[in-house]
Design a protein around this ligand. Structure first.
Ligand code: ATP
Ligand code: MG
Length: 323
């Protein structure tokens, strides 16, 4: 059973990326057969600075390795090092209905936020389907925001199989209900491109400032807060602190007597401690970039070995290659 997931180097990785995709992906390594990639082609739909893309790509590699991706057992590569994926995108895109793409929430959300839509952003679910199908993937750990894209991938695979004969594995999403959508500092989905993130590896001062800057209402500390479970700092605390501790803060907030400043200070401390083990490992890796580059190159070679077999199968199925 193969597990695969990818993250775009469209910005700096955040708590949502970690809890929604990376942590389940890292846990899945115990089962073996894991394929993880840095989706640099995808980042082209929203980021137009080549220097920034290269820098982000390297940072995403460091983040994954620091958080526990083990290149000895998992295949880890840059999407664009296996350009076969763009050809597969055409083969499957040619039978993807426009209506399917027009219904994509992520496209609608991004355009509603003022991100100007381009062909790439519209076609993103097709490239994502190609990413998954190219590697005979069975399971895809992702956040809830990607559920619809996974359904599209399944629809596309089924349609291709019906049209051209059994070619692709039809994958399943692995979405953890308890942390399906991590909220950002504004209460909306935390997203690299929305400017509402808490970075995984931001520096201490900036991280504290972001957390202390979470906007709360004007109720006094003494006032009981029956809606404590709706409080953003409490919601984030539940994600990073021990359950008993988070429950204790929630009940103190509900009862009255806990000020928002103290709550946010505690959240910062928990957040900082949550990532401490990975921070040290990341610093070591950052001092050894040749190693990181080698990991990506070796990974691309392995990924390509699988990709070329599946692409050949798909080309033959649809009559692009000689029978
Ligand atoms: P962008 O704003 O560029 O789309 P993003 O922050 O949404 O960036 P992606 O690279 O699109 O990140 O997604 C990488 C993975 O992280 C996906 O599996 C996605 O489901 C997951 N993810 C992203 N944001 C969240 C979130 N707020 N909560 C849970 N999972 C998330
Ligand atoms: Mg996204």
């Amino acid at each position: 059973m193969r597990t695969l997931t990818g993250i775009q180097p469209s910005g700096t990785l955040h708590l949502g990326n970690y809890l929604g995709a990376m942590r389940p992906a890292i846990e899945a390594q115990a089962r073996g057969n894991c394929f993880y990639f840095i989706a640099d082609y995808h980042s082209m739909t929203s980021l137009f600075d080549p220097v920034e893309r290269r820098k982000n790509t390297l940072n995403v590699a460091l983040d994954w390795l620091a958080c526990g991706l083990d290149p000895a057992t998992s295949v880890f590569w840059r999407q664009s090092d296996v350009p076969e994926v763009t050809e597969l995108m055409w083969l499957i895109g040619s039978l993807t209905p426009m209506g399917l793409l027009e219904r994509a929430h992520s496209f609608k959300d991004k355009t509603a936020k003022g991100i100007s839509p381009n062909f790439g952003l519209f076609a993103y679910p097709v490239l994502m389907a190609a990413d998954i199908l190219l590697y005979d993937t069975h399971v895809v750990p992702v956040g809830r925001d990607q559920q619809q894209h996974l359904e599209m991938t399944r629809d596309i695979a089924i349609k291709f199989n019906q049209t051209y004969g059994e070619t692709f594995v039809v994958p399943e999403a692995d979405i953890r209900d308890e942390l399906a959508v991590v909220p950002g500092l504004d209460g909306q989905k935390m997203s690299k491109s929305y400017g509402n993130t808490i970075d995984l590896f931001g520096d201490e001062k900036a991280t504290r400032k972001k957390i202390m800057g979470i906007v709360m209402d004007s109720r006094t500390p003494a006032e009981p807060k029956p809606d404590a479970d709706q409080n953003l700092a409490i919601q984030l605390m539940k994600l990073v602190a021990a359950p008993e501790l988070a429950a204790d803060y929630e009940s103190r907030l509900r009862a009255g007597g806990l000020g928002y400043g103290d709550l946010k200070k505690a959240l910062f401390e928990q957040y900082w401690a949550f990532l401490a083990p990975y921070r040290a490992r990341r610093a070591e890796l950052a001092a050894n970039l040749d190693y990181v580059e080698k990991v990506l190159r070796d990974g691309a070679e392995k990924a390509r070995a699988t990709a070329s077999v599946v692409l050949k199968r798909a080309r033959q199925a649809c009559g692009i290659a000689a029978a």
